[in-house]
Design a binder for this molecule. Structure first.
Ligand SMILES: [Zn+2]
Length: 396
């Protein structure tokens, strides 16, 4: 990247960093199932709207038995939720006079709950008009989120993604008011998740923690969150994969995903995510899988620029000895990621990448990441093009 663009990007990122302490960011309160009725009462909820999907709705009897107020269940959320989906949920919500939302599911369900909440408080604003940043700016009905995958951290982020089924356009809605007010971790809901998804969603959480940590916009809090998340993931992800019913390991992964979510919501992600999004858009490569493959490759490309930070994570997670040099510790961590991917049968490269698509995807990643993401090293479009070839497993 040329020097003027670099200076511009760094100043831009620095201004965003200065703004961090003034942002109205509030993490959800972590509650347990025994407190649920108390919270419903405190929030003056009389008719609870439970939003979930068909697979999860079969597993929630334990939660339903606890609830001592009226509730309705909407379990039609799709893996890629659509505007029609949310509008249908909204009709149900209004029809039953609901006044609070309980979301139980993965990222799609929690995202849908956020957008539903936004539509309830903004009856005259279409979902399409909410695209982008800060178009809601209004307190949502009380929202309690129970994540059933450990990866996206959606229960703690200010983002929601939705697809316009008419145009196939997938777009993000970002607003501080979308952050759920409460969250709850019920690891027993995650034990049926297929092994490969357990692995890739967990690697997504690891990518959140690492990208936030090696970026330039960390705070004391986000550094700490990223370290905690990395420690938990390194020590639990393989256990979840090999012993899916290990509740303690499952619970640790839910916390890890949550902490990583806090870290990246405040301190951003980087090129790994920007590239993964482009591959998701072009070839529908699942987000966690794309991140898992790209993560060690980009960390290697960053090279010595990130040795120090990566070494801290490696030592904190216990995969490098305290007395190893930064370079060695950081290489041990990258190697750990490659080997863990191998255990999970995650490929080393993304072979689906076609030469003809690379420039378009590099453009997309460049627009997403530059100048916003406070990445450790800046790359322009041409440099990103080269990186796509490496991710594909071949030189240009
Ligand atoms: Zn992610």
């Amino acid at each position: 990247m040329n020097v003027f663009k670099k200076i511009y990007a760094r100043i831009y990122q620095f201004c965003f960093k200065l703004a961090i302490p003034f942002l109205p960011y509030k993490s959800p309160k972590i509650i347990n199932l025994n407190e649920l009725n108390e919270i419903l009462k405190k929030e003056k909820i009389n008719n609870l709207f439970i939003i979930t999907d068909e697979t999860i709705s079969k597993l929630i009897d334990n939660i339903l038995n606890q609830i001592n107020i009226n509730y309705v269940i909407y379990d039609k959320v799709l893996p890629n939720p659509t505007i029609k989906n949310i509008e249908e949920a909204r009709e149900n919500y209004l029809d039953k006079n609901c006044d609070g939302i309980l979301a139980i599911g993965g990222g799609s369900v929690i995202d849908s709950a956020k957008i539903l909440g936004a539509r309830i408080v903004k009856p005259h604003k279409s979902i399409k008009k909410m695209e982008g940043l800060l178009h809601i700016l209004k307190k949502l009905p009380p929202l309690i989120a129970i994540p059933t995958t450990a990866g996206t951290g959606s229960e703690v982020t200010l983002a929601a993604v939705i697809t316009d089924e008419k145009t196939n356009h997938k777009f993000p809605i970002n607003d501080f008011c979308l952050i759920p007010k409460y969250t709850m971790f019920l690891p027993e809901l995650t034990i049926n998740l297929p092994k490969f998804l357990t692995a890739t969603t967990g690697m997504d959480a690891l990518t959140h923690a690492i990208e936030a940590y090696i970026g330039n916009s960390t705070t004391k809090k986000t550094k700490n969150m990223a370290i905690q998340a990395t420690k938990l993931i390194v020590n639990n992800i393989k256990i979840c994969y090999n012993e899916p019913t290990n509740i303690k390991a499952r619970e640790n992964m839910l916390y890890a995903s949550h902490y990583a979510g806090i870290a990246f919501t405040i301190s951003y992600v980087g090129y790994i995510h920007a590239i993964a999004h482009s591959l998701g858009g072009k070839y529908k490569i699942p987000h966690g899988l794309a991140n898992a493959v790209i993560l060690p490759i980009i960390l290697e490309i960053y090279g010595k620029k990130i040795y120090k930070k990566l070494a801290i994570l490696a030592r904190e997670a216990g995969i490098a000895q305290k007395n190893t040099t930064d370079e060695i510790a950081s290489k041990i961590f990258i190697d750990w990621i490659y080997k863990t991917n191998e255990v999970f049968n995650i490929p080393k490269y993304i072979k689906e990448i076609k030469n003809a698509d690379i420039i378009e995807m590099a453009n997309y990643a460049n627009h997403e990441a530059n100048p916003l993401y406070p990445v450790p090293k800046l790359y322009d479009k041409n440099e990103l093009v080269k990186i796509y070839y490496i991710i594909r497993g071949q030189n240009e």
